[in-house]
Design a protein. Structure first.
Ligand SMILES: C[S@@+](CC[C@H](N)C(=O)[O-])C[C@H]1O[C@@H](n2cnc3c(N)ncnc32)[C@H](O)[C@@H]1O
Length: 319
């Protein structure tokens, strides 16, 4: 799908919208509303052609719509402004390793920057790469998926069940199920499977009905062949009674909004095994300000401290 060209984006555009527009663009992207994100980015770029966050956002949007050549142009421009910019370096590395490497050289002189990065184990861990090959429908990027995969492998070493709240099309749910294959570990999956419930505009960027392009039947199909997965359609925590007596080694909380994250903290915290992990997918994302608010508020008065990861996730280890 070709949405625009870089020259179109730089053409005359209306004045920049309010300051929160980057967040609005990211929220559109995260909800899969790419066509709505483009005009917002257009206006932001017209107001500030060297805005690194906007250029990175455009590069990432181009990757999502498989336009590697345009993505490379945006990422290269970021690198000329900020030589060690990690998201742009990652984007270029991803195009070089997975996409169309020729795209990197297009539209300008060869890239001369040497960027030193940690090893991307998420691209070389064969079992993980194999699992991810089958998962084309997750909103969660590869690096975050690799963090979650490691949490799942760790949780396999201890007692307690697993749960995911926020399944959408089943991407990270399938990752958990595949990581646990053969272990007998139960994985409980909660979602409305009809999109986001009502949100609080004073705390959340998402709107009711975001992520409604899914269904219980399609998710069950995406998880066909996975063992020990249990589905609970409806509003959480109203759907929680069947697991009230369970204890957990891993709770993956990917619900994006204040009320839902807080309800998950209240439900799972007392049911976590000592050493068990609560992983919050969206803690560090501008598209989900309510998630961070809820986590910080809940853990203010507990002995545990939320541990922030560069991937944007955070996790809490139960004492
Ligand atoms: C970002 S998506 C989850 C992404 C998913 N983990 C993946 O791999 O793509 C967030 C999901 O949380 C669900 N959600 C949010 N609050 C909820 C609640 N209180 N009860 C049930 N589902 C909820 C939404 O329906 C949506 O599908």
């Amino acid at each position: 799908m070709e949405l625009y060209s870089p020259s179109e984006i730089l053409a005359d555009s209306p004045a920049a919208p309010p300051a929160d527009s980057l967040a609005a663009a990211l929220a559109c992207v995260s909800a899969g509303r790419y066509d709505e994100a483009v005009p917002i980015y257009r206006r932001l770029l017209a107001a500030d052609p060297n805005n690194i966050d906007v250029l990175v956002g455009l590069g990432e949007l181009c990757l999502l719509v498989h336009d590697d050549a345009t993505a490379a142009i945006f990422f290269r421009r970021v690198i000329t402004l900020d030589h060690s910019n990690m998201p742009a370096s990652r984007g270029l590395a991803r195009i070089a390793s997975e996409g169309n490497p020729g795209a990197i050289q297009g539209g300008g002189p060869p890239l001369q920057v040497r960027v030193i990065r940690p090893m991307p184990l998420w691209d070389t861990d064969e079992r993980f790469v194999g699992i991810m090959r089958e998962i084309t429908y997750s909103l969660v990027d590869r690096t975050r998926c690799y963090m979650l995969y490691q949490f799942a492998l760790e949780a396999l070493q201890s007692e307690g069940e697993m749960a995911e709240i926020g399944v959408y099309r089943g991407g990270t749910a399938r990752l958990l199920a595949k990581a646990c294959e053969g272990s007998g570990k139960k994985i409980h999956l909660f979602d409305t499977f009809e999109g986001m419930p009502s949100t609080d505009p004073s705390k959340d960027a998402h709107r009711q009905g975001d992520f409604s392009d899914t269904s219980l039947a399609s998710v069950q199909k995406n998880l066909a062949g996975c063992e020990n997965v249990f589905f609970y359609p409806g509003y959480f925590p109203a759907t929680s009674p069947p697991i009230e007596e369970s204890v957990f080694s891993l709770a993956h909380i990917d619900v994006d909004i204040y009320r839902s994250v807080l309800d998950c903290c209240r439900f799972f915290y007392p049911r976590m095994m000592p050493g068990g992990k609560m992983v919050f997918d969206d803690y560090g994302y501008e598209t989900c300000p309510g998630a961070k608010l809820a986590v910080d508020e809940f853990f203010r008065d507990t002995p545990e401290r939320p541990f922030y990861l560069p991937s944007g996730q955070c996790f809490v280890t139960k004492r």
